[in-house]
Design a protein around this ligand. Structure first.
Ligand code: PGA
Length: 251
């Protein structure tokens, strides 16, 4: 079973519109010859329109960093799925650990966001991952299972096949500490088995599972060599074209 690799850049709360457009143009140029892999950029909301324009005619997917669960209404500070589609967004990050930890999003909220994204035809990049404390206390798999089952509650298989999953151990995000390739592969394998249990083996084999957490030019090749790692969700190293280029061009 070959899954198409996805290299996704999460720009978080960085870059002005002008900086974002410049970086997007540079990434689009790098991707001009990307035939066997997908690339996604998730700028901050303020830069979405500019980046959408910069990516026009390229094969880079435009992503957003979150999405509301209603189509419109009194939800101050939120952005609705049709608004993202209107601007050209195709993918959306949901359940990032920064949303969970800093903004207290729980599995119920994440499930609602995920289902709304799917209803409107956005491809969700669903993030899950354990904290250092959870890993050290041996709770990693229980935590991952709770997060995955919670996020997928009431998501039918016909929609689930659209989802991209991202395993991001919280202790590896922005810390320079990557999970070892063995730790990452072990978690990815566990998640794929869990997807088979929730849905079926065929679906589990189709869904792409990305690794995230201090992915850099010097560890991408080893990560991508693992059987169950289908791509990367990249923060810091996606903010410079040179490092992201090397990640896109993993071997
Ligand atoms: P990082 O962030 O690559 O800077 O560790 C990854 C992420 O949060 O998606």
């Amino acid at each position: 079973m070959s899954r198409r690799a996805l290299l996704a850049g999460n720009w978080k709360m960085h870059l002005t519109i002008a900086q974002a457009v410049e970086l997007a143009q540079a990434v689009a140029a790098v991707c001009a010859d990307c035939r066997d892999r997908d690339v996604m950029l998730a700028p901050p909301f303020t830069a979405l329109a500019g980046v959408a324009q910069a990516l026009q005619g390229s094969n880079v997917f435009l992503g957003a960093q979150n999405v509301a669960w209603e189509a419109q209404g009194a939800f101050t500070g939120e952005i609705a799925p049709p608004m993202l589609i209107d601007i050209g967004v195709r993918m959306v990050i949901i359940g990032h650990s920064e949303r969970r930890q800093i903004f207290l999003e729980d599995n119920v909220m994440i499930n609602r966001r995920l289902r709304a994204a799917l209803e409107f035809g956005l491809i969700p990049v669903l993030c899950i991952g354990e904290t250092l404390e959870e890993r050290e206390s041996g709770a990693t798999f229980a935590v991952l299972e709770k997060q995955l089952r919670g996020a997928l509650h009431d998501v039918p298989p016909g929609q689930a096949e659209q989802i991209v999953l991202a395993y991001e151990p919280v202790w590896a995000i922005g810390t320079g500490k990557t999970a070892s390739t063995e730790q990452a592969q072990e978690a990815h394998h566990f998640l794929r088995n869990l997807l088979a249990d929730i849905y079926n083996k065929k679906l589990a084999e189709t869904i792409r599972v990305l690794y995230g957490g201090s992915v850099k030019p010097d560890n991408i090749d080893a990560l991508m060599a693992q059987a169950d790692i289908d791509g990367a969700l990249v923060g810091g190293a996606a903010l410079q074209v040179e490092s992201f280029k090397r990640i896109i061009r993993f071997q």
